[in-house]
Write a protein that binds this ligand. Structure first.
Ligand code: SAM
Ligand code: SF4
Ligand code: SF4
Length: 368
């Protein structure tokens, strides 16, 4: 494997404190960016720490014992997160995803969930609030998360074979514990549980069929994700990307599939269902089939920087505005200004950007 690991002892990304525009404007829920894309989906990274060291996300060679994570004081507090989330919602955001790092490592995450689940869209609807987790703490926490108001969950599961799973998480974590967490979550009564499998050619591709077979006929939807070139530390290499078309071909040969419509515009996963009624799967083809034209996602890092693309190289420091005592309308006006300027479409341009951008943001910091 051609793994060129770039050493970083901690994150130092360029950030700018956005200027507050002179003309302040109340949000009207109709914001669009420079490419006409609305703002609908906010992903919030609540911690940059994780108890796994998935080789494609936080390789040990970089995120080792000496790695310096964000100090607690630099993290947004739950009140700061909720305040920002409510301003995003006023601008049209309808979906919130808590992520990280491992979000269940953030102390009292249930309190944040309770605060966020009380938010409503301007016309009074509940938000679609969800969380992505590696599942290791679910057996302990599924019930309290559900009680706090979380309705949906995404659990990352890269293999059913224990040896392959341990190789992917690189901390020798057994797959049986995640499967137990999944079972407890199901009993806790979540409305929907999705499973994310990152497929890496030559590492876990043999797990595609066992995963599909195991979850066929269950309420769990497996989404097969192409290995992406996020961050600068995982030594990404195009040869390790197994195109989603191949995943579909392998599954369809044994369990015939047919395409179904997206649930909403801008959905990242392409949906397919088993022709025999055995449920559905999804593929997320972010490398071979870019979906930037519908991308309505924005990301808030652990320490309050706003990123308008997963592959951004610069963040906008919203925490500085919060802690400088800026008013809601001032911050909302900044958000409007930043979104209107947004022109990102990294995945569409990937090939032509071959050796740039210089230093991308790590996924554990920005949120997956
Ligand atoms: N720790 C949680 C987890 O693993 O579910 C949440 C954070 S993780 C960064 C969010 C999602 O990003 C996971 O499903 C993970 O598999 C995915 N991910 C991380 N690095 C990736 C990469 N290089 N390519 C594709 N997906 C990746
Ligand atoms: Fe941790 Fe999730 Fe990244 Fe794996 S994918 S290292 S579980 S943050
Ligand atoms: Fe959205 Fe950026 Fe991903 Fe394109 S590359 S889909 S703009 S996050």
């Amino acid at each position: 494997m051609n793994h060129k690991i770039i050493q970083v002892a901690s994150y130092h990304y360029p950030n700018a404190v956005p200027a507050v525009p002179q003309r302040l404007e109340p949000p009207d829920g109709l914001l669009t960016d420079a490419r006409g894309r609305p703002l609908r989906d906010l992903r919030i990274s609540v911690t940059d720490r994780c108890n796994f060291r998935c080789t494609y996300c936080m390789p040990k060679a970089v995120f080792g014992k000496d790695f310096v994570f964000r100090p607690h004081a630099s993290l947004l507090s739950f009140e700061e997160i909720t305040r920002l989330a409510s301003l995003f919602v006023a601008h049209g955001v309808e979906k919130l995803r808590l992520t990280g790092g491992e979000p269940l490592l953030r102390k009292d995450i249930e309190r944040l969930i309770a605060q966020l689940s009380a938010l409503r869209t301007p016309d009074g609807r509940e938000l679609d609030l969800t969380l992505t987790t590696n599942g290791s703490l679910l057996a302990k926490k599924a019930r309290s998360l559900r009680d706090a108001g979380l309705k949906r969950l995404t659990i990352s599961l890269d293999a059913l074979d224990d040896a392959v799973f341990r190789q992917m998480n690189d901390v020798d974590y057994p797959v049986a514990s995640v499967l137990h967490g999944l079972e407890v979550a199901q009993q806790a009564g979540f409305d929907a549980i999705k499973l994310n499998m990152v497929v890496r050619r030559g590492v876990n591709e043999r797990e595609i069929l066992p995963m599909a077979r195991h979850f066929k006929g269950t309420p769990f939807i497996v989404r097969f994700i192409e290995y992406m070139d996020v961050g600068s530390s995982n030594g990404w290499n195009l040869a390790e990307v197994l195109p989603s078309a191949e995943v579909l071909r392998v599954i369809d040969a044994e369990m015939p599939l047919e395409r179904i419509d997206a649930n909403y515009a801008g959905e990242t996963a392409e949906r397919w269902r088993y022709r025999d009624g055995g449920g559905e799967i999804g593929v997320i083809a972010s490398v071979t089939h870019a979906f930037c034209s519908d991308c309505s996602r924005v990301r808030l890092s652990t320490d309050g920087k706003l990123y308008t693309c997963l592959f951004a190289t610069q963040g906008h420091d919203l925490r500085a505005l919060l802690r400088a005592g800026r008013s809601d309308i001032e911050i909302a006006s900044v958000l409007a200004q930043l979104w209107r300027m947004r022109d990102d479409r990294y995945s569409e341009l990937r090939a032509s950007l071959a050796n740039t951008p210089a230093k991308k943001i790590e996924m554990s910091y920005i949120g997956g």
